[in-house]
Write a protein that binds this ligand. Structure first.
Ligand SMILES: *Cc1c(COP(=O)(O)O)cnc(C)c1O
Length: 482
């Protein structure tokens, strides 16, 4: 027995490499990351190939160990080298992500110490750190001290958490679902629809409120719909408003919606996954009027706080509501009861054991301080306005509403032929070039090209390059036609 154990120990100790091995691996990973970051200036924002990363299958899980060097080589080739490069300043499609360097270090630290950040008793310091960040976000949004929240894996889960909180707090039972009404617009993010399905609310009535000319929820139509629904014996339950739609960065009229929600006692949710952190730009303060009236807010640090993917946040105005929705006790947790002077993430979310994701957010915020974040967001707003103004100087270009945040839409209207087809070809050309990545969208059957300036590495240079690429394509196409 003892011999067997010792034999096993020899092998199992391989899982705990000695310092010299760790140092070797660290330096290889460091070299990989330096090469990756140094090459960002010249690497593309979008890369297509026939292979498209298929060779990663050659590294399926097997008995034998493989050298780190070959794993990193394959990562560079088969993972980093294909698809969208979210770390590139040329990424201006969808809502770009970030990838702040200190977040990588934060993840490293969190993984090394592996603190059990789900429960206060197990990791009081780690839970305090996460709660401190959550309270900072609550203060940033102008929420009272009663507010609290949870660091999620992203905005979709944050939206789901808000909806489930509302369902539980409003004591909505299965038998009520058919009568419950959820108000949103066609510009709401599709994660709201997912959340409705996941939370069991598929049978609820979805009321799509018409948009005004600026693609904002029409408060007038909202009120009318609510009154009608009440008259028909339905239960107006949930309003989803957007602070920055994904399509156009549009902000719904929060103040008016808040009044309507209050009058009719409807849960008011603001999806600020893309736009919320623009609160850091003082000039935008007035746009946030009414947000403090929201029962819940979604933020997404892995978007406008430039974190790498994997961190969203839900804020709930009254923390009791979070506990009402999520708190459960397990017998095996009896050691913990009464020992907590902080709320544990496990008590207010679906998660139990969880990633200590506070560290990846706290480290960059502390290392840089808030100033560069405010500046970067203001810079992105201005870059978007600059693009919006510049693109209109080229004859034939049409733009959407004046950008409120850092998303704008535009299209080329050719003298002859189908505009949708032309713009579809234009976006394909931009994507084939790959130095800048843009995506498109469809609004009322019109094909628009979108620019979303969110990557912290996007500066004037990249926006000018985009303008050049577009102009060259238009020039070449017009020459070809003539
Ligand atoms: C991105 C986004 C979401 C979804 O967030 P994920 O982090 O991608 O899960 C929700 N709402 C809006 C407005 C978004 O822009």
């Amino acid at each position: 027995m003892i011999n067997k154990i010792k034999e096993l120990e020899k092998l199992s100790r391989l899982l705990d490499p000695k310092e010299s091995t760790r140092e070797k691996w660290n330096s290889e990973v460091l070299e990989y990351s330096n090469t990756f970051i140094n090459n960002l200036d010249t690497s593309k924002a979008f890369m297509q190939s026939k292979e498209n990363g298929k060779a990663i299958y050659n590294l399926d899980i097997e008995e034998q160990a493989i050298e780190l060097t070959s794993l990193l080589d394959s990562t560079t080739k088969n993972i980093d080298g294909v698809g969208i490069n979210p770390a590139s300043g040329g990424h201006m499609g969808y809502i770009p992500g970030g990838g702040l360097y200190p977040s990588a270090l934060g993840d490293y630290i969190a993984a090394i110490s592996n603190r059990y950040a789900g429960v206060f008793y197990a990791a009081p310091g780690a839970v305090r750190l996460e709660n401190m960040i959550i309270k900072w976000m609550c203060r940033l949004m102008g929420y009272p001290d009663t507010a609290f929240g949870n660091l999620t894996s992203g905005g979709s889960i944050a939206n789901l958490m808000a909806l489930v909180t509302a369902r539980e707090v409003r004591n909505l039972k299965a038998r009520d679902f058919e009568k419950a009404v959820i108000y949103l617009t066609k510009q709401a993010h599709h994660s709201i629809l997912k959340a409705i399905r996941i939370s069991g609310l598929s049978e609820a009535q979805l009321r799509y409120i018409p948009l005004d000319d600026n693609l904002k929820l029409s408060a007038e139509h909202l009120e009318k719909a609510i009154v009608e629904d009440k008259e028909n014996g339905l239960i107006p339950f949930y309003i989803n408003a957007s602070f920055g739609t994904t399509n156009t960065g549009t902000i719904d009229p929060l103040e008016t919606i808040a009044e309507i929600a209050k009058e009719h006692k409807i849960w008011f949710h603001v999806d600020g996954a893309y736009g919320g952190f623009f609160k850091l730009v003082k000039e935008l303060d007035s746009k946030f009027k009414g947000i403090t009236e929201a029962d819940s807010i979604t933020l997404d640090p892995h978007k406008t706080l430039f974190l790498p993917y994997g961190t969203g946040a839900v804020l709930i105005k009254d923390k009791e509501n979070l506990l009402k929705a999520y708190h459960c006790l397990a017998d095996y947790m009896q050691d913990i009861i009464g020992k907590e002077d902080e709320i544990s993430p496990a008590d207010i979310s679906a998660e139990q054991t969880k990633h200590f994701r506070g560290m990846r957010m706290w480290l960059p915020l502390k290392l840089f301080g808030l100033k560069p974040f405010r500046a970067a967001l203001e810079e992105k707003l201005n870059l978007t306005k600059y693009f919006y103004d510049e693109i209109q100087k080229t004859p034939g270009f049409e733009v959407g509403p004046e950008p409120e945040l850092s998303v704008a839409i535009f299209r080329y209207v050719p003298k002859d032929g189908d505009a949708n087809e032309f713009n579809s070809a234009l976006i394909e050309a931009i994507q084939n070039d790959g130095r800048i990545f843009l995506s498109s969208t469809n609004i009322n059957n019109v094909f628009w090209i979108r620019i979303a300036v969110v990557q912290f590495r996007t500066h004037l240079e990249q926006v000018d390059l985009l303008l050049d690429i577009i102009k060259k394509y238009i020039d070449d196409t017009l020459t070809e036609l003539n």
